[in-house]
Design a protein around this ligand. Structure first.
Ligand code: UTP
Length: 414
């Protein structure tokens, strides 16, 4: 049966070189066809063409003016300055104007844990602790200290939302006030193969994946979480990852520094271990704060040393960021750039047969949280300490793995 809608869908697919989907749809039932047609009508094909074209371009940072970032070292602030900053920060938190967002919508492919990353149990102190539980411990500690209940917003993906919710329910939110935990879903983008063709997933629809942690801002607004924050009178929003077991989500020194410096964004950094460490580093590009990914930082710049004998681009971004609520709203309305990631993604071919690729076959497009920094003139950077602030669980084994995170976590708490 050929309807007006089908004709429209076929036209769009032809126009955008997606003829493989027209063929694939011939073997679907009317009901399945209806679902994929609705999905196709909701896809922004000009955005997908632009993203595909962008995969062919090399990122060049040469023509831009790059400078070192200014930072404050937490260890060298001095007692009275530190106390002043802590007091400023404490005033905001204890008056209920502070919220925390955890970005938990990632796929966690490197860890290979079957489930949302926050449900991974780190083998600490014999009985182990889930990553979500470790975050909750940190929030509970802050609540006790400042006499409040910090509202906690968790960003999930469409794939892991239900599992995340039922896990937290099953564990009774590890004793956190359920009314102060708000889950919201992030956005998605289609996956394309190396020739720009959309992949079809096992569910007989165009295959989608979460659109990166930069999607946090727009998702906060479109999900209503931002409006919820405003109703609660929130002024400052902390946004962090799910997988750093030493993440301090309510650092009054960082907050105080942002207030004192009169800036809308702030971030905690740690010193890059060596020029080759695979971390993004802060700089100023054309007068605006920016993080350059390790893959985009030329080797020469990565090795440059300043007059203090330190790496010139040595302040690493550790996903420990603060924003005013106005900054969150502003960014939520701006388009962020997308970065491509080459991934192995199974898909259905034109005949409906599942293909499991042996090598990377597709691009996933992700925006990064730090791509929001250049929208501002300045940022307050507080240099923390690796052994106090950074123990990520990224890889199954080796560096930044459960083994290294366990060691750092137990050492810190000892
Ligand atoms: P990573 O970039 O390390 O990705 O995320 P990941 O999904 O945890 O792991 P890999 O790369 O697949 O192995 C850093 C933080 O950003 C969140 C993650 O959940 C983590 O807290 N994130 C990432 C999202 O919330 N959404 C995304 O689309 C991507």
């Amino acid at each position: 049966m050929s309807t007006e809608k089908t004709r429209q869908v076929v036209e769009i697919l032809k126009q955008h070189n997606q003829n493989h989907i027209i063929k694939y749809m011939q073997n679907l039932t009317e009901q399945e066809k209806e679902l994929i047609e609705n999905q196709i009508l909701s896809i922004d094909f000009s955005q997908m063409s632009e993203l595909y074209e962008s995969t062919k371009k090399k990122i060049e940072i040469k023509e831009n003016k790059i400078e070192e970032i200014t930072y404050f070292d937490k260890q060298k602030l001095g007692n009275s300055k530190k106390k002043h900053l802590d007091d400023l920060g404490e005033r905001i938190i204890s008056s209920g104007k502070y919220a925390v967002v955890t970005m938990a919508g990632g796929q966690g492919t490197r860890l290979e844990h079957p489930g949302p990353k926050g449900t991974f149990k780190l083998d600490v102190y014999g009985k182990g602790k889930y990553l979500f539980e470790i975050l909750i411990d940190n929030l509970k500690e802050a609540n006790k200290k400042y006499g409040v209940i910090i509202p906690w917003y968790i960003m999930t993906s469409k794939q892991n939302h239900e599992e995340t919710e039922s896990f937290l329910e099953k564990h009774a939110y590890f004793g956190y006030d359920k009314n102060s935990v708000i889950l919201f879903k992030q956005g998605e983008l289609p996956l394309i193969d190396l020739k720009g063709k959309l992949l079809i997933g096992k569910n007989k629809l165009v295959k989608l994946a979460s659109d990166g942690n930069g999607g946090t801002f727009a998702s906060l607004r479109t999900s209503g979480a931002l409006a919820n924050m405003k109703e609660r009178g929130i002024e400052w929003v902390f946004i962090g990852g799910v997988d750093n077991v030493l993440l301090k989500m309510a650092d009054t020194t960082l907050l105080g520094l942002a207030i004192e410096q009169n800036v809308q964004i702030a971030s905690k950094s740690i010193v890059k271990a060596n020029p080759k460490e695979r971390v993004g580093v802060f700089c100023k590009m054309n007068g605006h704060p920016k993080v350059i990914e390790y893959s985009e930082l030329p080797e020469k710049m990565a090795e440059e040393v300043n007059s203090n004998g330190e790496l010139k681009y040595g302040e690493s971004h550790i996903m420990c960021n603060l924003f005013t609520i106005d900054a969150v709203e502003k960014i939520s309305k701006e388009p962020l750039i997308y970065h491509k990631a080459l991934k192995k993604n199974p898909y259905l071919d034109e005949t409906g047969k599942e293909i499991i690729p042996q090598t990377e076959n597709s691009y996933k497009f992700e925006s990064f949280i730090f791509d929001a920094f250049p929208f501002f003139d300045d940022i307050a950077i507080l240099r923390g300490k690796r052994e106090e602030d950074f123990a990520p669980v990224k890889n199954k084994e080796g560096i930044d793995s459960p083994k290294t995170a366990k060691e750092l976590y137990e050492k810190f708490w000892k």
